[in-house]
Each structure stands twice: as C-alpha cells, then as structure tokens.
Design a protein around this ligand. Structure first.
Ligand code: ATP
Ligand code: MG
Length: 558
C-alpha cells in the first residue's frame, strides 16, 4: 500500500479491504452499489452511504450502481424515486448506465424461489403472521416447526404458482425458506421469502401479486449485478448468514460479499424516514425539503453545498463502532467551504433608520467594496452612501452595557467601507419605541478607523443605504430539537421539538447589489452568517433568504 493510501485509509477500513482484494487479484475491478428503498427522501445518513459506495468506486477505478430496493410497493412511490436520483446527482455522483431496480429481477427471483422449493429448501406456509411469530421462539428458546413444513414439492409448487396468480387474499400464505427453526440466529429460522400483496408497484405496475422480502431480493440482486463489495450498515450483520445461505443455495454465478459499517448518528435531529415523514405529515415542518430537516433536499434548499456534505462524510470516516457525531461538525464543514467561496455583502436584519443630518440631502456617494477580504480575484461591487441609512437595532443601545462598543447616543462608530458616524439624538413614537436615530458623519474618516485628528473608534458596524435597499424576508434557523438525542428509546421525540427553530424576519434591508442575487450563490452577510436565497418562496418583489449557518458556533457557548 502506498503511503498516500495509508493516510487516506486510516479512517476508512473498507479502503484497506478493497486495496488488498485488488492487490491479491481477488477482484480486478470493484463494483459497489447504493441501494435505497424508495419510501422517502434521502437524509444525511444516506449521504454517508452514498459517499462510501460511490467514493470507493471512484477512488479505486471501479463502478457504483444506483439500485432501488423496491420490494415493498405498499410504501414506495415514484416521487421518491425521482427525488433520490436528484439527491445523488446533487451530491456529485454519477451512476452512468447503472441504474437498476430490484423489481427488474422479480422473474428471476421467482424462478429462484421455485428452485428452492424443488430442492426442498422452501415451502408454502399457511400459518398467519401471529402464529408464525409464536412458532419462531425467542433469543433463548428455539422455534418449533410449522405443520406445513413437510408439504410435498408438488403441493408447494402448485400453491406458490397460485399465489403468484393472485388466487389468495393478502396475508393468507407466505413462502418460507426451510433452514433451521432451532438456529441461534433468528434470521435463519425459516425466514419468509414471499408475501401476497395485491398492490400495484411503482416500477413494474400490476404485474405481481406476490413480492419478495428484502432479504430474499437484496443479496441475489447484488449477485445479478456483479457487486463485489456489498456495503451496508451494522444492523444487517445478523442478516449476513442468511445473505450467504441464499448465495450458497442458489445457482448464482458471482459471489458478492457483505461488509458492515456504523451508521451515522447526528445530534439534535432524527433520521429515520418514518419520523421524518411524521414531521411532514403533522405539519411540524413545511415539507421534506424544510431547511431544518437533515434530508438532502432540506440541506440543499437551506444552502448547504454538495462539497461541504462530501467533506463532512470524508471527515467522519468509516468505522465499525456506533458513535455520535455532533451536528456542529456538519455546520463547521459548510462554514469552512463558504468562508472561501461566499462573496461578502451587507444586510440589516432588524433595521433602524439613521439620518445623517450633516450629509447633503440630494447626494448619493458611490464606493467600491471588496467581495472577499482575502481574495481580490472575487472583485468588488458598488455600494452607496446617502443621508439615510439602515443599521441593525442590535448595534444601537440607548443605555449601553459595559463593553458595548457600537452606537450609543453621543458615541461614535465606524461604518464598514464608510465613514465614522456619531449618534446625537433618538426619535421615539408615542409608545417610546425608537423610530429613527439622528446624527452626523465625519467627512475626513472615510478610510481606516482613525479620524483626521487621530482619535480611534472601536466598533465597526454593517449598514445599508436606505436610498436603494432591497427589502427581503430572512429566515433564521436553529436546531429542530433542543435535546442532543431526541430519538432515544422510549421517549416521544416530538416532546423535544425546539419551539424557536425558525425565526422569520420580514422587513430586512439588503444592500442594492442583492437586487441581482441568484439562488445559486451563497453570500456572507457580514457579521451575520452565510445566506442563500430560498429557491421556492422568493418573489422578484420580495426575495426570501435562508440562513445556512452562523459565522461562529454560537450553540456550544450557550
Ligand atoms: P431509514 O432507517 O432512515 O429509513 P433505511 O436504512 O431504511 O433508512 P434505505 O433506503 O434502506 O434506508 O437505505 C439505503 C442505504 O443507506 C442502506 O445501505 C442503508 O444502510 C444506508 N443508510 C441509511 N441510513 C443510514 C445512516 N444513518 N448512516 C449510514 N448509512 C445509512
Ligand atoms: Mg430500510
């Protein structure tokens, strides 16, 4: 192994395995697959699996298939298939010609089930689900054989083909493998292979009245596709003997091998598709693409970049022990990407108007502001300064607390890319609410933070010219849950919902250059964080911006 690979492999044990398989000649080309069930939208946990499977294929010059494990039509929909394809592409991976559906193999799987019956390794079961459960035994006690286990091959073949023909109602019969009801591994106690389901299928329509179980479809589909490394999460470890039993007992020509890794667990969120779906159905979030969700559609809409998600997956590595990743790790990945790439602009979220009394009424001064402090190649934009500007109400205190270095009555502050200004008076309405501030600017102070007479000003604030500001809605997101592990066993995760997970500000003032903002660009609003125009809710007359992430991790200091 070369040293470069050793370093890269250190946080991914699968790289070591594949490297050895290629060196030993066990495989000349590796083939992996990402096998989602199209029963929901993909989430950040799936991103880990996508990056592993597509990433390994890319790194080792192999290929990765996108395969829909679509064996349960009761829960699967076309809409999910389309969204999954889009999310994988968005993450930057390409399956090329290798888009597959487990359901494309239904005929072959059926023939293999017939083969098992002929070999006396499968039988039609008439017990119902509850009786099957009762016969299964427990972790400490063996199961008992079904009275139907000894059916003749002929009777089994007849019943199975009539199941296929739709002769029997749902739930009345199943096909089971005949393995070992006393096996210490419950998955080997005559697992169900086929069930009757008179439900049309999103990919193959109403061709089938029986559907294979996941376990009967998965490994065989791997074999049909010529998968070399079948990579899945640890909960499938106990299914591996069954995966191998099928490969041992069916006439497959290639022999994939299953490897398990620890799934991604992320704090302050839930990831199971069932729970995500519940949040959507109950209207707790606005949809599968709600920017607070860990779905890839949600992260994308919020403004996360694909490269930041890939970097996150690379950084967390691939191991075999279950661990928790703090969501701040993900946030830090997008922050460091956007710190490099996001143009800087100014925006005022909670505006107060400031009138510069000594500035000419009819004058608008233009100046150039750098789009990125460290990267001159990103150019400049024009900003304007006039008699009326917006400043953030957080930057003004009537009764300043100790250490407050921004604007106060009688105090001075430097405007970013602009003058030093001084506040002289406050205008309030009848309720005592501040309506406007009045003050003056120092014409000699345009450059630097020193005035002509050498006095220094401590605070620098952002601002926006009132003459041509763009009014926008801004959505500030916080974590959806206020507990690091809302999903912990026993508790209802919904009790941990953070009631303040989104704050919507409807009268924000953005600098004029943002009139030309596009949804692809992520901006740094100086001092406030990274933002992206919402692709769904923005109107030409009123854009909506999502805060992707703050500039610093404020949460850990709370
Ligand atoms: P969920 O439990 O969230 O509904 P799932 O495992 O049922 O997810 P699948 O569509 O079966 O979803 O998953 C496709 C692939 O993604 C599988 O190989 C699965 O192991 C992997 N995967 C799902 N969740 C995670 C996760 N949190 N971390 C890593 N891989 C995951
Ligand atoms: Mg699943």
């Amino acid at each position: 192994m070369n040293t470069e690979l050793t370093a890269a492999a250190s946080n991914n044990f699968l790289k070591t395995i594949i490297d050895e398989d290629l060196k030993s000649g066990k495989h000349s080309c590796i083939v992996t697959r990402f096998p989602p069930e199209p029963n929901g939208y993909l989430h950040i946990g799936h991103a880990k699996s996508i990056c592993i499977n597509f990433g390994l294929a890319r790194e080792f010059g192999g290929r990765c298939h996108l395969r829909f494990d679509d064996t349960n039509p009761a829960k699967e929909e076309r809409e999910y298939i389309e969204s999954i394809k889009e999310s994988v592409s968005w993450l930057g991976f390409d399956w090329g010609e290798h888009l597959y559906y487990a359901s494309d193999n239904f005929e072959q799987l059926y023939q293999w089930a017939v083969f098992l019956i002929e070999q006396e390794k499968a039988y039609v079961e008439d017990l119902n689900a509850e009786q099957i459960r009762a016969h299964r035994g427990t972790l400490t006690e063996p199961g008992t054989n079904s009275p139907f286990r000894t059916r003749s091959v002929a009777e089994n073949l007849d019943l199975f083909s009539r199941m296929r023909d739709g002769e029997f109602p749902d739930g009345t019969r199943v096909l089971r493998a005949k393995i070992d009801m006393a096996s210490p591994n419950i998955n080997l106690r005559d697992p169900v292979l086929y069930r009757i389901l008179h439900t049309p299928h999103p990919h193959v329509g109403d061709a089938w009245k029986i559907y294979p179980m996941y376990d009967f479809a998965h490994g065989q589909t791997d074999a049909i596709e010529g998968i070399t490394h079948s990579i899945c999460t640890l909960e499938f470890e106990s299914h591996k003997p069954l995966y191998e039993w099928f490969l041992d007992n069916l006439p497959v020509s290639v022999r994939p091998r299953q490897y398990e890794f620890a799934r991604l667990n992320l704090t302050y969120t839930v990831m199971s598709k069932r729970k995500l779906q519940e949040l959507v159905k109950l209207g707790i979030v606005s949809g599968w693409d709600d920017p607070r969700l860990p779905t890839l559609e949600g992260l994308k809409r919020r403004g996360f970049t694909a490269v930041s998600v890939r970097n996150f997956c690379e950084q967390i590595g691939v191991g075999r022990s279950d661990s928790w990743i703090d969501v701040s790790t993900l946030e830090e990945c997008v922050r460091s990407d956007l710190n490099e790439s996001a143009p800087r602009v100014m925006a005022v979220l909670r505006p107060i108007k400031m009138v510069i009394d000594n500035f000419p009424d009819d004058l608008i001064e233009e100046s150039q502001a750098a789009n990125h402090p460290q990267n001159p190649e990103m150019g400049c934009r024009t900003i304007h300064f006039g008699r009326e500007i917006w400043i953030d109400s957080d930057d003004f205190m009537e009764m300043p607390s100790k250490g407050f270095h921004r604007l106060t009555v009688g105090g001075e502050v430097k405007l970013r890319f602009g003058y030093i200004i001084k506040c002289l008076r406050i205008i309030k309405d009848g309720q005592g609410k501040i309506v406007e501030l009045h003050g003056e600017y120092d014409p000699a102070s345009r450059e630097g933070i020193h005035t002509a007479d050498g006095r220094k000003v401590k605070g620098v604030i952002h601002w926006v010219s009132a003459s041509n500001a763009v009014t926008a809605e801004v959505r500030l997101f916080d974590r959806l849950f206020n507990d690091p592990n809302p999903d912990r066993g026993g508790a209802d995760y919904k009790q941990f919902l953070n009631p303040n997970s989104v704050e919507t500000l409807t009268n924000c003032k953005l600098e004029a250059s943002l009139a030309a903002a596009d949804v692809e660009t992520r901006y740094q609003f100086e001092r406030l964080g990274y933002f992206r125009m919402d692709p769904k809710d923005s109107l030409t007359s009123k854009p909506v911006f999502n805060r992707i992430v703050t500039l610093r991790d404020a949460w850990n200091k709370k």
